[in-house]
Write a protein that binds this ligand. Structure first.
Ligand SMILES: Nc1ncnc2c1ncn2[C@@H]1O[C@H](COP(=O)(O)OP(=O)(O)OP(=O)(O)O)[C@@H](O)[C@H]1O
Ligand SMILES: [Mg+2]
Length: 277
C-alpha cells in the first residue's frame, strides 16, 4: 500500500552544498517509523524540508502526502492538512501565550476560516490534552517556550500534537535532553495519541538513541548516513546499532557513495524543484 508520506529520490541543498543525496522513504498509513543516524547526517534537514522551510532548497526528487505534491504546498497548508513537526530546537515566541497559540493553530486545523474555535470547546479539549502531556493549566498562560525547561518544552510539543490531532507527525529528537522519567512521559504521550488515532496517524520519530524505542515500538527503523537512507529494518535494527554503532553502517554506505554529489550536476541531471511560497 502506498504510504501517506512518500519521499522519493529527495536531494536537498543548503547554499549549494548537497545535504540530502537521494532519500527514499515510504511511510505507510498508520505506521510508526524511526529514523536514526549520526550527527549531521541530514535528519533535521529532512524535517525542515517536509515542513517547508525555504532555507532548504529541494534540487531533485518529490514528496507525496496523501498522493498530493507536498513540496508545492505552503507551510500553513501542510499544517492544515494534518502534517505536524516537533522541531529539535523549539523556538520561543515572546508575547504569545500558549493558550492563544494553541487556539489559533487548532482553529486552522479544524477548518475555522475567519473566527476561532469557541472558547468553551477549546478549553474542554485543552483540559483533556493537558493530562496526556502531563502538564498543568499554568503552562497555558505562559509565553510559548519562553523560560520553559527542556522537559517542559518537549511536553509542550506533545500538548500541541495532542490538540492538533495530526495525520502525520514528525518528532525530531523529542527524547533529547530528557531524563529517564521525561522520556517515559513523552513516549507514553506519543503512544496514547497513536493508539487513539486508530490507524489514522503516521509517525516519523527521529532519534540518535535507541532508548526511546524501548517505549515506542516502530514498524520500521531506517538509518540515514551522509544524506542517504542506507539501511532499513525492523525494531531489532535499533538494538543492533546500539551494539555495533554507526561504523558498520558507514561500511555499507561506501558501496553506494559513488554517485553525483555536486549540486550543479544534480540540477542538470534532474528536474529542478524549489520550495514554493
Ligand atoms: N540552517 C543551516 N545552516 C547551515 N548548515 C546547516 C543548516 N541546517 C543543517 N545544516 C548542515 O547540514 C548538515 C546536516 O545537518 P542536520 O541538522 O540535518 O543533521 P542531523 O542529522 O539532524 O544532526 P543531529 O543528529 O546533530 O541533529 C550538517 O552538516 C549541518 O551543518
Ligand atoms: Mg538534528
Amino acid at each position: 500500500m502506498q504510504g501517506n508520506l512518500s519521499i522519493r529520490d529527495l536531494h536537498v541543498a543548503i547554499e549549494d552544498r548537497l545535504i540530502l543525496k537521494g532519500v527514499n522513504l515510504e511511510l505507510g498509513r498508520g505506521q510508526s517509523h524511526a529514523l536514526m543516524g549520526p550527527y549531521g547526517s541530514g535528519k533535521s534537514t529532512l524535517a525542515n524540508v517536509l515542513m517547508g522551510n525555504p532555507f532548504y532548497q529541494v534540487v531533485k526528487g518529490e514528496v507525496l502526502y496523501n498522493e498530493e505534491d507536498l513540496l508545492a504546498m505552503a507551510p500553513d497548508e501542510r499544517a492544515r492538512k494534518g502534517l505536524f513537526i516537533a522541531f529539535q530546537y523549539p523556538v520561543a515566541i515572546p508575547g504569545v501565550t500558549m493558550a492563544s497559540f494553541l487556539r489559533t493553530a487548532v482553529s486552522g486545523r479544524r477548518g475555522y476560516e475567519k473566527e476561532l474555535m469557541p472558547i468553551a470547546e477549546f478549553q474542554k479539549q485543552l483540559k483533556a490534552k493537558l493530562a496526556i502531556a502531563q502538564l498543568d493549566m499554568s503552562i497555558v498562560g505562559r509565553y510559548v517556550n519562553e523560560g520553559f525547561s527542556g522537559g517542559e518544552k518537549k511536553r509542550a510539543e506533545i500538548l500541541q500534537m495532542a490538540m492538533l490531532e495530526p495525520e502525520f507527525a514528525i518528532m525530531d529528537e523529542t527524547d533529547s535532553g530528557l531524563d529517564i522519567d521525561g522520556v517515559r512521559i513523552v513516549s507514553e504521550g506519543i503512544n496514547k495519541l497513536f493508539e487513539d488515532a486508530k490507524g489514522n496517524m503516521g509517525i516519523l520519530l527521529i532519534t540518535h538513541y535507541s532508548r526511546i524505542l524501548h517505549y515506542i515500538k516502530p514498524t520500521q527503523v531506517h538509518v540515514i548516513h551522509d544524506g542517504r537512507v542506507v539501511v532499513s529494518g525492523g525494531p531489532e535494527l535499533a538494538e543492533e546499532l546500539e551494539q555495533v554503532g554507526y561504523e558498520k553502517i558507514k561500511e555499507q554506505h561506501e558501496v553506494i557513495s559513488s554517485e553525483v554529489e555536486e549540486v550543479g550536476a544534480v540540477r542538470r541531471a534532474g528536474k529542478v524543484f524549489w520550495v514554493q511560497h
